[in-house]
Design a binder for this molecule. Structure first.
Ligand code: SF4
Length: 536
């Protein structure tokens, strides 16, 4: 069965970094890990091709070659998912859809033309799909009915199907699920609260597969909470460290983790030694009351500022997510986030307005309270350019205006340079350097041609063209003097401002357009209802 995998296009997002990727001659930040995992779970005698629509179009020859089309994606990709399904159907091809969007909303109109809906985790539902194909069936819906698979026998993803040069980073996955219970989170709905991990041997085999394909750049561990199962993460990290030492540390890693990482020195030390350079934390807000409302109690147990500083001191850079629009939130939430980010210095602070995602605890509560203003099928997913999709407990315009103001202040060019400089003054020396043996490296650690060209462009733009040039040179001199071990990363982080400058204009324009379309006042009944719900 000649199978064509299609990964739908993403809209422009906080993480799309087009300007930066252009500089280094790459197209996309991360590859479609879900699809290459599905490819590994299908019969290996099926010929396979994969097209990531964020990289390029599907060619006519590829459409003609295909006997089956497999499409997977997230909620933010649903528009292009619908387009690709329609194109495949026009050509008379059977289509199978899966992934987070199909699993959470299998009856969504965007996927109604698909013949097969392969929902939930593929380890359970793909064998059902394969049997149906072998029986000659022309459609079906396969669900795991709440069962979660053991991932210790999940095969190595088919990374060989990817056009590796198009990506800035590769991804692998060690665990699925998270033990916490944040009300807005869909991860625990999709993957459960009992983190399931692969074995260290499995993950190392995935790293080796990427290494054998010639990959030598960064790797993102896409786990939603890498330390969800701390015991198993601590079994994995020494195996990665040993593998890295034997090859001269060819990969750097980034991942996502809960804030309680900061209270585990052993974990941070192990991550540093394995060359984890960065971690994304869901901080959400410095307002304790909002964290409690969201069920994010783990973020209230110790000082968030100290947590950021502790992780940073291990040479692990912190990126963080922030949300505005929680129930009971007081005026000035946006300003409090800006002040928190400025004090801690977190360079990449991703901010968005709260969205109720289908089937989450938040969705069910708002539905019961009659506050959802969007059908399940219309949910757009977490994005920086969407208004809240429910009636909040304070005026939506106030929240949106605070949000736009905060976003613009966070990425004001001078403020960004000052923040990044403040942050890099605190970043600890890389822990892995103590174990780095250049003689083990098959290639000396020379920068790639693309990287040298990108660096020259950044220095030209930031150091000569922009009117922030004096600040740039002053900051560069300061970090060169105080923290030379992190100078290169400092320049890379400053370069991200090229993207944020453009993106803050997108955020402002799109939110203002949506505000202009709102009715002057919320319908009285709904407004009254929201007032009733205001926590005392
Ligand atoms: S810590 Fe993160 S992954 Fe875990 S439940 Fe909360 S939001 Fe979801």
């Amino acid at each position: 069965m000649r199978t064509l995998f299609i990964y739908p296009e993403f809209p422009k997002t906080f993480w799309s970094y087009e300007k930066i990727l252009e500089l280094v001659n790459r197209k996309v930040l991360l590859p479609p890990l879900g699809l290459v995992t599905v490819a590994a779970l299908l019969p290996q005698n099926w010929p396979m091709k994969l097209v990531d629509r964020n990289v390029r179009e599907v060619s006519e020859a590829e459409w003609d070659w295909a006997e089956l089309v497999v499409i997977s994606g997230m909620i933010v990709q649903k528009a292009d998912m619908a387009v690709q399904i329609a194109r495949a159907k026009q050509r008379g091809l059977p289509v199978a859809v899966g992934g987070p969007f199909a699993s959470s909303t299998p009856d969504a109109p965007e996927i109604e033309l698909a013949d097969f809906k392969v929902l939930d985790e593929g380890e359970i539902t793909l064998p059902m799909f394969i049997e149906a194909i072998e029986r000659g069936e022309s459609g079906g819906r396969f669900s795991s009915n709440g069962e979660k698979p053991d991932v210790t026998s999940t095969p190595v993803p088919r990374f060989d199907l990817l056009e590796l040069d198009a990506y800035d980073s590769m991804s692998v996955q060690f665990s699925r699920g998270c033990p916490f219970q944040c009300e807005f989170c869909d991860i625990i709905v999709l993957y459960g609260r009992k983190p399931r991990t692969k074995t260290p041997e499995q993950l190392v085999a995935e790293l080796q597969a990427l290494y054998d394909l010639g990959w030598r750049r960064s790797i993102f561990l896409v786990d939603d909470n890498f330390i969800g199962n701390k015991r198993n993460a601590k079994l994995l990290l020494p195996a990665i460290k040993q593998w890295q030492i034997e090859r001269g540390y060819p990969f750097s890693f980034a991942t996502e983790a809960s804030v309680d990482l900061a209270s585990d020195d052993e974990m941070m030390q192990m991550m540093g030694e394995a060359r984890f350079d960065a971690v994304f934390l869901g901080i959400e807000t410095p307002d304790e009351a909002s964290l409690s409302v969201a069920g994010k109690h783990q973020n209230t147990r110790s000082s968030l500022e100290e947590s950021v500083d502790r992780i940073t001191s291990y040479g692990i850079r912190v990126m963080a997510g922030f949300i505005i629009g929680f129930d009971g939130e007081k005026t000035g939430a946006g300003d409090r986030i800006v002040r928190f980010v400025s004090r801690t210095g977190i360079p990449a602070a991703m901010m968005g307005m709260l969205q109720a995602l289908p089937n989450t605890g938040l969705w069910h509560r708002l539905e019961k309270e009659g506050r959802l203003i969007q059908e399940k099928a219309d949910a757009k997913g977490v994005n920086q350019t969407n208004l809240l999709n429910f009636v909040p407990t304070r005026p939506i315009r106030d929240i949106a205006n605070e949000y736009v103001d905060a976003f613009c202040r966070l990425y004001e060019p001078n403020a960004y340079i000052d923040r990044v400089t403040h942050y890099y003054g605190k970043v600890g020396a890389p822990r892995w350097r103590a174990f780095y043996k250049p003689e083990n490296s098959d290639k000396p650690a020379l920068p790639e041609k693309n990287d040298i060209r990108a660096l020259a462009t950044v220095i030209w733009r930031q150091g000569f063209k922009r009117n922030t040039r004096f600040r740039f040179w002053r900051s560069l001199a300061r970090i060169a003097r105080r923290n030379p071990a992190n100078l290169e990363q400092f320049v890379v982080t400053l370069a991200h401002n090229e993207h944020f400058q453009e993106y803050r204009a997108v955020v402002t324009r799109e939110i203002e357009q949506q505000l202009a379309c709102l009715p002057p006042e919320p319908p009285p009944a709904t407004a009254d209802r929201a007032r009733e719900l205001q926590p005392v």
